[in-house]
Design a protein around this ligand. Structure first.
Ligand code: PXP
Length: 269
């Protein structure tokens, strides 16, 4: 059964909606909701990994969140970041005092656009092979597991394996879009063929990842309706899910929202 990484950026997005421009009555340290508290609730709900994306512009998660999460997490921490010198230095300097020897255990390299609402496409590993190889080597030397967030594209898989990545996280956004457009119907209707083709692309890229002896993960825009066919892919190891879980948590709490997603994933296998 694939494990579940819960992305808590969206909790920080809610916090920043209130505090970004300064709000009446704010005392530093009391801003809410706190993504680190959300992370602990997610852990109690069964999260196997906690993901945060420290963006260059710190638009949601900030340095304090990363620091505190790394100090207190009881499960794996996955730092999503751009492959910049600043972010590599931060990944290398973070201390995980209890769980692991002082650093985020996993880094996922993602492309970053200032204008995007969330990560929009996969990283172009093939187009910057030398840079990727150098960044991956630096992080791996420090004992960090390094993942590439890429489109379901065989050339990007090959480039990631050649650059030394330990895992590839396949971008499931196109699959999720096809699922929504077809109402999740794989057999009939206007969008069925496109949906089947989008799942096939993830499947084929996943097989290729495993043939290169690296780990097959997936994420982005997965939700309670569309997760099952992805969770059923043979050999898939981790699913990374944020928005859908935080959205459900607004109504039922983080612990329950994560537990429900875990149940769906375990029912898939
Ligand atoms: N994986 C990566 C690399 C991401 O950038 C994101 C979005 O932050 C996710 C997974 C989770 O996507 P979503 O919030 O749509 O579940």
């Amino acid at each position: 059964m694939p494990s579940l990484g819960v992305n808590i950026d969206h909790v920080a997005t809610i916090r920043q909606a209130r505090y970004r421009h300064g709000a009446v009555g704010v005392v530093e340290g009391t801003e809410e909701p706190d993504p680190v508290l959300a992370a602990h609730e997610a852990t109690l709900g069964g999260a196997d990994c906690l993901t945060i994306h420290l963006r260059e512009d710190r638009r949601h998660v900030n340095d304090r969140d990363l620091e505190l999460l790394c100090r207190t997490a009881r499960v794996k921490v996955n730092l999503e970041m751009a492959a910049t010198d600043e972010m590599v230095a931060i990944a290398l300097s973070h201390r995980r005092e209890r769980v692991h020897a002082g650093r985020p255990q996993m880094v996922t390299l993602v492309p970053e656009g200032r204008q995007e609402v969330t990560t929009e496409g996969g990283l172009d590993v093939a187009g910057q092979a030398a840079r990727m190889k150098a960044v991956v080597a630096k992080l791996k030397d420090a004992g960090i597991v390094v993942s590439a967030f890429i489109d379901a594209d065989l050339a990007q898989v090959d480039a990631s394996a050649d650059a030394g990545f330990d895992c590839c996280e396949l971008h499931t956004g196109p699959y999720a879009t096809a699922f929504a457009a077809s109402g999740g119907d794989f057999r009939a209707g206007a969008g069925a063929a496109a949906l089947a083709a989008s799942l096939e692309r993830v499947h084929d890229a996943g097989e290729h990842i495993m043939s290169r002896a690296i780990r097959f993960n997936a994420g982005h825009a997965l939700n309670y309706a569309n997760v099952r066919p992805i969770a059923e892919l043979v050999g898939i190891e981790e699913l990374h899910i944020g928005h859908a879980i935080v959205s459900r948590a607004v109504f039922c709490g983080m612990r329950q929202a994560v537990a429900e997603m875990k149940r769906l994933i375990s029912a898939s296998v």
